[in-house]
Design a protein around this ligand. Structure first.
Ligand SMILES: [Fe+2]
Length: 290
């Protein structure tokens, strides 16, 4: 291996530097223009993503096709189900909160936990930012599991969460009203509460906001709700996460299925627009009992 660690904790890979943002999560990647990333940089970026969960790349000047090419470094981008700007590749979605419109998604959550194969890799790229605010927080569900008491680890081993889609601000834009209603009525998807993935033995605490993670399969409603509330509170401890402040040309890619994120809705009445990319999940991403 050519990578080495400097005194301040930064990993110097062959193609870039990766400096930890907090001990638990995140790396700021410097010394790389992603438009010139070849196979070696691709392998190092994917390794850094698995290690640190969130990669932040500042000052990347990308066209929409450049951004689509960046997404392909991490797998197969899906056609976006959000709005796509005219003339842009179908994989480049836009999360656009217009001036005077309130952002109403302001809670810790994982995208797509109600799917059999929850999305592993998501990305955002800043386009229009408010004068201040609109930060995004991330928390590491592996670190959250490690931070549980041994008694709690024993208590939740072998349990399963029921995950189901609930319509939110973006849902109607993505699916249309009828399809969103059908998804909300679909049977819940059952995932282990303590999960791991093929090729990675590290367990993570697979919880989500209560509108998506509705119940514990093996517990009565009240007991399941109380346990989920306790775990959802636990994952929000600042020791497991970090807060990202966006700047122009900030590019982020993260492991959605082993983290939660929180988009801060503090910038009304200003406008905010991010491009978004979703990488197709594969069988290797299936949550397995940890
Ligand atoms: Fe989200």
């Amino acid at each position: 291996m050519r990578n080495r660690r400097s005194a301040d904790g930064a990993m110097t890979d062959a193609c870039f530097q990766a400096r930890p943002i907090t001990p638990a999560i995140g790396a700021e990647i410097t010394g790389l223009d992603v438009r010139r990333a070849g196979a070696e940089a691709q392998a190092e970026l994917n390794a850094a993503l698995a290690r640190r969960k969130v990669l932040v790349l500042r000052d990347q000047d990308l066209s929409a096709p450049d951004y689509a090419a960046f997404l392909r470094l991490f797998g197969t981008p899906v056609r976006e189900d959000l709005a796509v700007d005219e003339g842009h590749p179908a994989e480049v979605g836009a999360i656009h909160i217009r001036a005077g419109e309130a952002q109403r998604i302001n809670f810790w959550h994982m995208d797509h936990s109600f799917r059999e194969l929850p999305t592993r890799v998501l990305s955002l790229y800043a386009q229009m930012l408010p004068p201040a605010g609109g930060d995004t927080l991330f928390t590491n569900l592996e670190a959250a599991y490690d931070g549980l008491s041994e008694a709690m680890k024993r208590r939740i081993g072998g349990l399963h969460g029921h995950h189901r889609m609930t319509p939110t601000q973006n849902t109607a834009r993505r699916y249309g009203r009828d399809e969103a209603a059908a998804l909300a009525k679909a049977p819940p998807i059952r995932h282990p509460l303590v999960a791991c993935h093929a090729g990675n033995a590290r367990p993570y605490l697979f919880v989500n906001v209560p509108i998506y993670c509705r119940a514990i399969a093996e517990l009565p409603t009240a007991a399941g709700d109380a346990l989920l509330a306790e775990l959802y509170h636990h994952v929000q401890r600042p020791e497991f996460g970090f807060r990202l402040t966006w700047r122009a040309n900030t590019l982020v890619v993260w492991e959605n299925n082993r983290t939660l994120h929180y988009p801060v809705a503090d910038y009304f009445p200003h406008e905010r627009k991010l491009w978004r990319g979703v990488i197709q999940a594969t069988e290797a991403d299936r949550p397995r009992a940890g």
